[in-house]
Design a binder for this molecule. Structure first.
Ligand SMILES: Nc1ncnc2c1ncn2[C@@H]1O[C@H](COP(=O)(O)OP(=O)(O)OP(=O)(O)O)[C@@H](O)[C@H]1O
Ligand SMILES: [Mg+2]
Length: 540
């Protein structure tokens, strides 16, 4: 139904797409995957006609409505929340507006009457009568309470805006749904709701994500962007991953006879089919898997950045004391008398339901915001490097070439050779070191922020959600870098495996005080008594 014909696009000497030919069919859910900077977001923009390819074109039947998840969180500040969702169905929204304007007229003419009747007809055809309640259902499902539906977008927190924009994309049963990293910034309940929504969605979905669990749940197909090509595979993420590994092994083992390889493949598919659950997508996926042949298997190559943090000096015993920090934002008490002391060799994960509390705490400790009361004290031997959740201030409107961008943060060695080799290890090689900071992809920005932190040689690292835009290779590299780091870490991350492998102390900020334990994340979650105690601290 979507035909991509001979599409090519290149920036500088980097070929993102080279004569890509593809077809996306009705009713499937395609997971668009690929390394950071491979071109996923760019490809979605081509499909949505926001970017013109240099060659080739995309054909979509004109009666098909495309909905796109908007990336600009501040695009609708003056609109009401519910209206923002309705705007998702452009034509329906226009009809409503025009209709309302006519009815408001004091000099209602015969012509107005005829026009109003036309509009009423179209309104009914587009399910206009259900629009408000449909929009409200989507919002509530995503956790935006009814009391917020009449508010202005400007009055919502960022994580709430993200949900409204998602509801906007999902609204009105679009024929084609394009979602770029929709789970970023969503809490776990909202992610589960979205998974469920997509599993029951009958039309075509193309979704970019680095979240394995999510991709496995919703995808019938994987579209992998690599080496300027896009290949579509049947199955979910795990199936794609395992089959590309199998392909690599088979390619190495040239002596193996064809029949043996076919047998391997069949055994492999049988194993995956057995795992398929009862959902509609899983059953259709299962049917499709049986048709896979040896030629469909292809090895994949992904690269790992080099992530290592080396502190310039060792930390003394006095590290960080926090005493009674309190902060109210928009009338809501975000931090209430928070006190703790951090000791040497601790890697502390801040966990729990309230990410605003954690971000605010980090902002205060880094001097980005002031507390209403309370104080904190960093030991004299400490130096801090911060990875803020929102890094846009470092890149927006910034057209420095990458090499100059990085030079700002390299006090010791500012030479071309050093900076280029550093960028190379962070997977910006050759001409890529000259591209401008404001064109970077989400994951590339994160690689730059990590580079900045590495160059600082700080002995205390503070991370607020470092993995959210990264591809899996980069997550692994950061994860290992932090395991090996000899200094102190304060972090938050919704990636449980990441937290579990790094942290040796957990602090949870609840509305009724802190939980503070020197154990691993797994131990923390498995301790039933402790979890019951924590649950109580969120009630009343
Ligand atoms: N105007 C431009 N000039 C030069 N390079 C550009 C321009 N726009 C984008 N790029 C580059 O094109 C590549 C693809 O970017 P894109 O945002 O599509 O990546 P992505 O696959 O979505 O990555 P991520 O997983 O990090 O979101 C990146 O390397 C980016 O830096
Ligand atoms: Mg992207």
């Amino acid at each position: 139904m979507i035909n991509v014909i001979d599409v090519s696009l290149q920036y500088g000497d980097k070929k993102l797409f080279e004569e890509v030919n593809l077809q996306f069919n009705n009713g499937n859910c395609y997971g668009l995957i690929g390394a950071n900077g491979a071109g996923k977001s760019t490809f979605l923009k081509i499909l949505a006609s926001e970017i013109e390819p240099q060659q080739g074109n995309v054909s979509i039947p004109s009666d098909k409505r495309i909905a796109v998840l908007k990336q600009d969180h501040f695009a609708y500040e003056e609109e009401q929340v519910l209206d923002t969702v309705l705007i998702g169905h452009e034509r329906l929204y226009e009809v409503m507006k025009e209709k309302d304007a006519i009815y408001l007229k004091t000099d209602f003419t015969e012509e107005d009457g005829i026009r109003a009747a036309e509009l009423e007809g179209e309104f009914a055809e587009l399910d206009g009568w259900e629009a408000h309640s449909d929009a409200a259902i989507l919002l509530t499902g995503l956790g935006i309470d009814e009391s917020l539906h009449e508010k202005k977008m400007a009055d919502l927190k960022t994580e709430q805006k993200v949900k409204v924009l998602l509801a906007q994309a999902l609204f009105g049963n679009p024929d084609i749904l394009l979602l770029d990293e929709p789970t970023n910034g969503l809490d776990i309940q909202a992610i589960h709701w979205l998974e469920d929504f997509l599993l029951h969605f009958d039309n075509t979905v193309i979704v970019v994500s680095h979240d394995r669990h999510f991709l496995n749940k919703v995808c019938t197909h994987i579209a992998d962007v690599d080496y300027g090509k896009i290949e579509i595979y049947i199955g979910n993420y795990d199936f794609w991953y395992e089959s590309s590994q199998l392909a690599t092994r088979m390619a190495k083992d040239e002596n193996k006879k064809k029949e043996e390889k076919v047998k391997d493949l069949q055994a492999f598919i049988a194993r995956f089919s057995a795992n398929a659950s009862k959902s509609k997508q899983a059953t259709s996926r299962k049917k499709l898997l049986d048709s896979i042949t040896l030629d469909d298997l292809k090895p994949s190559s992904r690269r790992y950045p080099y992530v290592a943090f080396t502190p310039e000096r060792e930390i003394g015993n006095d590290l960080l004391r926090v005493d009674g920090l309190t902060k109210t934002i928009n009338g809501q008490k975000v931090l209430d008398n928070v006190s703790f002391t951090i000791n040497k060799d601790e890697k502390v994960a801040f966990v729990g339901k309230d990410d605003l509390a954690r971000t605010t705490l980090f902002d205060i400790l880094m001097g980005e915001t002031e507390a209403d009361s309370g104080e904190f004290h960093w030991g004299v031997t400490t130096s801090q490097a911060y990875f803020p959740k929102d890094n846009s201030a470092f890149f927006e409107d910034n057209n420095l070439p990458l090499i100059d961008w990085l030079r700002q943060y390299s006090p010791e060695d500012q030479t071309e050779t050093f900076l280029r080799s550093f960028l190379g290890r962070m997977l910006f090689s050759g001409e890529e070191a000259l591209k401008k900071a404001n064109v970077l992809s989400g994951g590339e920005k994160v690689r730059c922020m990590l580079s900045k932190m590495m160059l600082s040689k700080a002995n205390v690292l503070i991370f607020d959600e470092p993995t959210s835009h990264l591809d899996l290779e980069s997550i692994t590299a950061v994860n290992n870098g932090l395991i090996n780091f000899k200094g102190t870490i304060l972090l938050t991350s919704s990636d449980q495996q990441f937290v579990n492998s790094i942290a040796n102390r957990l602090i949870e900020i609840t509305p009724n005080g802190l939980i503070d334990k020197n154990i691993s994340y797994d131990e923390y979650m498995r301790d039933r008594e402790l979890q019951a105690e924590i649950a109580k601290m969120y009630t009343n």
